[in-house]
Ligand binder design. Sequence first.
Ligand SMILES: Nc1ncnc2c1ncn2[C@@H]1O[C@H](COP(=O)(O)OP(=O)(O)O)[C@@H](O)[C@H]1O
Ligand SMILES: [Mg+2]
Length: 236
Amino acid sequence: MTLGSTTPATLALAGVSKTLGGVKLFTDVSLQLQSGQSLAVIGESGSGKSTLLHLMAGLDRADTGEVFWTGSAIHTLNNNQIAAKRLRHVGLVFQAYYLMPHLSAQQNIELPFLLAGEKPDTSRCLQLLDQVGMAHKAASFPREMSGGEQQRVAIARALALNPPLILADEPTGNLDEDNAERVLQVLLTACSAQSSALVMVTHSVKAASHLNHKLNLAEHHLTEQPPAQLNPVTKA
Ligand SMILES: Nc1ncnc2c1ncn2[C@@H]1O[C@H](COP(=O)(O)OP(=O)(O)O)[C@@H](O)[C@H]1O
Ligand SMILES: [Mg+2]
């Protein structure tokens, strides 16, 4: 399955399969995602969505198949090489935020610069904080923020080095409906502002409805066949 036509894709998977603990999760997953495109991966709990996202992030390895980041064959690299590349190519957002508790919002966003061996770009960090509606909490620590606020800071951190690919695993999973909507809009707006490709894993059909493309992970396959809720049948 191909989304879009130009090459090289920001993210490409070809024939990816994974078995965990003797259980086959998915097989022969192929897709291409271009700059500026957003993809929702929908599926029941336990269907393998997080595992698939980890493969896309180079945090785990496929049993078979290939993973490319803008043409780079990451499945051929060792873990250190992947980690170095990931810093520049991928911004990660998780359900549990994973902010550093002893750092302020601004310091959390500056962290990717330090990990990359760069002086933090303070004006970019402040601009990102503003973009996610958190400029007034630049000096606050995670314990002083709500879940939605922490997730908005985590999104700003993921965007700090302007990565071409954003991977988000259930980013609204811990949030109430209003905060979930706000976080989703922040993520989509931020991605479009820097033309990042976005993959968001979710079990929420509502959250998925905001993205350009939707694929369903079920019965070991990632298919374009939408779940029934996305395609309601109107009775005559
Ligand atoms: N390290 C592991 N070893 C064995 N089984 C695992 C491991 N990680 C996840 N699983 C199992 O693989 C399945 C898919 O997990 P996951 O990718 O987290 O699904 P999802 O994100 O769709 O809920 C689940 O049944 C889970 O229990
Ligand atoms: Mg999961």
